[in-house]
Design a protein around this ligand. Structure first.
Ligand code: 5GP
Length: 125
């Protein structure tokens, strides 16, 4: 079920639990601003999720409330993970689902990083 991206942050969401170490994840990168780990149900040969360390429901919440430093740190972390996985030369795709029409299911901002093969059209037809 897609979430309502305007609701308050829910501390019990699955990514909050991964951040607290209560649930395991295949972590690939961590710094002051971001944590990156493999998606549990990959939709491409490389499917990594990058999330901010602090509590933001969605891209909307993050882009309106996060400090410039957090935003810069998070964006740099996404780029770093893509480079570390050798995705720049072949190319890759970033995706952030927001709320109902975006099909967002986990109410903690996450950017999907897809790569490892040609990814086809941007939206399924
Ligand atoms: P959304 O639809 O919210 O943009 O994407 C949520 C993503 O989180 C999905 O691709 C789903 O497979 C992934 N996911 C859901 N639960 C878990 C989990 O417990 N661990 C990991 N690593 N990924 C998860």
């Amino acid at each position: 079920m897609p979430i309502d991206a305007t609701r308050a942050y829910d501390d019990s969401n699955i990514f909050a639990r991964i951040l607290r170490g209560e649930i395991s994840a295949k972590r690939v990168y961590e710094d002051e601003f971001a944590l990156a780990f493999h998606d549990i149900a990959p939709q491409a040969p490389v499917h990594i999720l990058v999330i901010p360390k602090r509590a933001y429901v969605s891209w909307d919440d993050f882009s309106s409330r996060a400090s410039d430093g957090e935003i810069a740190g998070f964006v740099r972390a996404v780029g770093h993970v893509a480079r570390e996985h050798g995705l720049v030369e072949p190319g890759y795709r970033l995706l952030a689902n927001v709320g109902g029409h975006g099909g967002q299911e986990v109410p903690h901002l996450h950017v999907h990083l897809f790569g490892g093969q040609p990814l086809g059209p941007m939206l399924s037809r």
